[in-house]
Structure formats: C-alpha cells, structure tokens
Design a protein around this ligand. Structure first.
Ligand code: ADP
Ligand code: MG
Ligand code: MG
Length: 502
C-alpha cells in the first residue's frame, strides 16, 4: 500500500501554495493560538493539513461505512439501558465510583431519573474512529476501532473541506503524476456537514415547535469555530433553523426553564427576548475543565431537566466512555444488545452483524478485573498496550514502556476507572507531506504517517430505542507522524487529510 510519492521540490512547492490558498479561500480554517481577537475574529490560519490524500484499501473504507448503522443502533440501545450503564459507569459499582468526573455526570443523571425525565427523545451525533491493523507487513490488514465518540464529535465540516481540497489538487495538477493512474473516482465524496445538520433538523422536527431555535453550547475561545459555523450555515440555508451559541458561563445568565412545561428558553444576547430551544447541541461539556465550579454542573443539569432534545443526554455521553467500549467486548454482551428480541423492538440484526462488529475490536479488559490479574496482565504485555481513563479530547492515555511505572503509582481503588487495550499495529512506510500554519511553519514536511479514519453517524431515538431514525454521515481522516502516540488535530498532533481508495 505504500505509495512512494515521488514528487520534485518545485512540484511540492506549487502543491503547497495551491493547498494553503485553497484552504484559506474555502474555510478550511482555525483561529490562531492565543489570539482572542475581541470583539470579533479578524484573522484566521489554515487548518493543519496533508498535501496528499492517504491511500486506503477500498474494502476497509466500505466496511467502516457498513459498520456505522450497526454502531448507531448499538449505542442508542446502550444509552437506554439504565441497568447496564449503572453497572459500568455508575457511582455505586462502576467507573464513576472512583472517577470524579464520571461520578458527577452519573449522579446528575441519577438525580434526573429520580425527578422524572422530561424528554424521552435523544440525539447522538457520533464518530467511530478506526486505524488499520497490519501486524504482518501487508499480509493480513484489518480495520480496528480506536473509540466511539458520543459527544462533541468534531471536524465534520473541516473533513468535508479537506476532501474537497484534495479533489481540487487532483483536478488542477493531477498531483504531477505522483499517483500513477489517478482517477477522481478514487477520491470518495464526503457530505458530512449536510448530514449532521439533518440529524439536528430531525430532532428539531420531533420536538415540534416551529419557532424554536437550536442551542450550541460551546467552549470559551474555541479555535475550531469554522467547523462549528459550517453546521450553523447548513441549518440556516437548508432548514431555515436559527442557532444561538452560548458558553456555560453565558448560560448562567441566559437560561431558564418553565416550571410546569419544562420549556427551555434562552435570553437572546442581542434582543433580550426569550427564545424557545428545541435542541441542545453540546460542543463543550466533555472534559472536567468545562466545569470549573458546581455552578457549571448546575447549568448542565438545568439543560438536561428541560424538555429540549439533548445531543447528547448525559446517559448518551456516559455510553461513549472507554469503559463501556470495553464492557461491550465481554462474552454475550453484544448479543444481548443486538440479537435479543425479547429486549429490543426495531431493527433486527444477524449473527453476521455481531461478528462484523466484534471483528472490529482489539482485545480490551478492565484493570480492576480478576483481583489484580488485570494489572498483572497489563504489566507483562505493556509493550503492546495502551491504558485509557474515562476521558475525551486527547492526551490522556498511557502507552507501552510508561505503563509499568504508571501502574506502580495507580491506587488499587482507581483501577476501576481504567481500561487496557491492545495497540493497533498500523502499516509502516506510509509517506505524506504535512503543512502547519503559524510562525513555526516549515512548509510541507515529509513525514512517515499513521492515518485514523472516523465515520460519522447520527441517531435520533425514543424510549428503549424502539423508534429510531439514523444514518451514516460522512467521514474524516486525521493523519499524524509515526513519532506520536496520540492523535488529535485540536491538540496539534494530527493534520486533516482524506482518502485515495486503492
Ligand atoms: P480520545 O477520546 O482522547 O480521543 P482515543 O481512544 O481516541 O481517546 O485515543 C487517543 C489517540 O491514541 C488515538 O487517536 C490514537 O492515535 C491513539 N490510540 C488510542 N487507542 C489506540 C490503540 N489501541 N492502538 C494504537 N493507537 C491508539
Ligand atoms: Mg479519539
Ligand atoms: Mg474520544
């Protein structure tokens, strides 16, 4: 699969010029670091990007797309299985007992259940992430899931733009012959923003109040704002839906719910009029730093208490935890979610579907398993493992040789909050040229790379996921140097990329 990418210095410079100007012209953008730009942004930089699309087996791309509807329904069902989530993530038995953040989320959810949940519909905008597993140098390549995201799954819009960028470079330069036999048909199209916006619009429809608006809960000083704005533009252009953007801090002042109807209203920042909210879309709230005080948790609770449809609810956020991913791999669990017709109405699945999903998983176990056995196993297999806590957003994992020392200091009680996962062994010798903007930019840097494919999906579902609407919703490729264990565009490790199917 390794494409040699023979390209001369002059050609590379021209491709870089065309790539960065296209990115700047088409909103493939980021706000610069540390530049708050009040009262409104006046400049932007291009997002970090790959000059060439990454060659990828067509069969594995199709497989990832085929898995998405299965994962959509699976996670919708997980989010409606209170007993399962209590066991895995709860504050009494599960990860929430020792992980303060998970525990706090779980306690909020428990309180909501005690009070009586007001809105039985839930919306998920998901992204399932994969790496190619190639332990034998090309002989037996398989697709393996890294994780499943149920909150703030980002880069839907920018991934659409980076695939459009590569299509443009292919059209305008044929990549100067770097891909012999290059055909535009091999660059798959990507319509992520319109599909994700459709998910939000469907939720608005189910809520059933034409004049209501959609609330985006965002982080202060968000650099990835263009990715979010594209969704706003889609909602307005295609669905005539208005969006209000608010941080948790803004919401302390602006949010209120009606005591009887539980309608959520936001005081509009300009007109001061109270605007009814149909759907709350969280692009914040996935990390403890989003909740510096109890007031921030109280605001989350207030939003959850309302009749607005949440994307995601707390329970759907909890369902995206690494501990759930690991619990699903235990014998019989997947079968109980997909094959047990006494438990679930709605789409039927087959043994083949179960086998497909299971084959996408690496080995995983809890560090708390087998009375010390889980940690012993992790210690002895450390070189082929990654340890993960219940966190999102990158930079939280422990890899390979750091594992034994980490285990030495991990209190026994905290083992419950961590999982061990076998490392995916990615294909070697894949070369790309990566460009980052900013003062440290060195132009396009030749790099041996690893590419992570993300498939988006959305699901809108009612109680017990009996009624469910869902679809696969496009894709994302993030590419990083082989010298980095972590991924993440926002964290600076990865660049935006796309696929050339081979
Ligand atoms: P987060 O929710 O913080 O994004 P991830 O599970 O995606 O957590 O881990 C972050 C990064 O670590 C991934 O993008 C990937 O590059 C790397 N990673 C995670 N799990 C594995 C694995 N099993 N094998 C190889 N790399 C992994
Ligand atoms: Mg990730
Ligand atoms: Mg994640």
């Amino acid at each position: 699969m390794a494409v040699s990418l023979e390209v001369g210095e002059k050609e590379l410079q021209e491709l870089t010029r065309l790539a960065t100007t296209y990115a700047l012209a088409h909103g493939l953008l980021y706000l610069p670091v540390g530049d708050v730009q009040p009262p409104a942004p006046t400049s932007a930089i291009h997002a970090p990007l790959a000059i060439f699309p990454t060659s990828y087996p067509r069969s594995k791309f199709s497989l990832a797309q085929k898995l998405q509807p299965l994962f959509n329904v699976l996670y919708a069902r997980v989010a409606t299985d209170d007993q399962f989530l209590d066991k895995v993530m709860g504050a009494v038995e599960g990860a929430g007992k020792v992980d303060e953040f998970t525990g706090q989320l779980w306690r909020c959810w428990k309180q909501l259940r005690d009070e009586g949940i007001q809105q039985s519909w839930q919306l998920g905008l998901f992204r399932s992430d994969y790496l190619l597993h190639d332990p034998e140098g090309g002989k037996d390549v398989s697709l393996k899931q890294v994780e499943f995201n149920t909150i703030s799954s980002s880069f839907g819009a920018l991934s659409y733009r980076s695939s459009a960028l590569h299509r443009y470079l292919a059209k305008s330069t044929s990549y100067f012959g770097a891909f012999p036999g290059l055909s535009l048909d091999d660059l798959p199209t990507n319509d992520t923003p319109s599909r994700l916006a459709r998910g939000l619009a469907e939720a608005h429809e189910v809520y059933g109040s034409a004049n209501a608006q959609i609330l985006f809960v965002v982080q202060q000083n968000e650099r990835n704002i263009f990715d979010q704005m594209d969704l706003e533009y889609e909602l307005l252009e295609r669905h005539s839906l208005h969006v209000i953007r608010q941080t948790f801090d803004d919401l302390v002042e602006s949010a209120e719910i009606d005591a009887t109807s539980r309608t959520l209203r936001i005081k509009h920042p300009v007109t001061n009029q109270a605007v009814e909210i149909s759907t709350v879309y969280f692009r914040a709230g996935y990390t403890p730093t989003d909740y510096p005080t109890q007031t921030h948790f109280d605001i989350r609770l207030l939003l959850e208490r309302s009749r607005a449809i949440k994307c995601p609810t707390i329970q759907l956020q909890l369902a995206g935890g690494k501990k759930v991913q690991q619990a699903l791999t235990k014998p019989g669990v997947l079968e109980s979610f997909l094959l047990d017709r006494t438990r679930w109405d709605g789409p039927d699945f087959t043994e083949d579907d179960v086998a497909l999903l299971r084959a996408s998983w690496m080995g995983m176990w809890g560090l708390d398993e087998d009375d010390g056995g889980g940690t012993d196993k992790a210690r002895s297999a450390a070189e082929k493992l990654v340890l993960k806590p219940q966190r999102e957003g990158g930079g939280n994992n422990v890899y390979r040789s750091s594992i034994p020392g980490f285990l030495d200091t991990l209190p026994t009680a905290e083992r419950e909050a961590w999982i061990a996962m076998e490392l995916i062994e990615t294909p070697k010798g894949v070369i790309n040229y990566l460009v980052r903007a900013g003062s440290g930019s060195q132009g396009a840097v030749r790099t041996e790379t690893i590419s992570e494919l993300g498939i988006f999906g959305w699901a809108l579902f009612g109680p017990g996921a009996k009624e469910i609407k869902h679809e696969e919703a496009g894709w994302l490729v993030r590419t990083k140097g082989t010298d980095s264990d972590e991924g993440g565009v926002a964290t600076g490790f990865s660049v935006l990329d796309s696929l050339l199917l081979v």
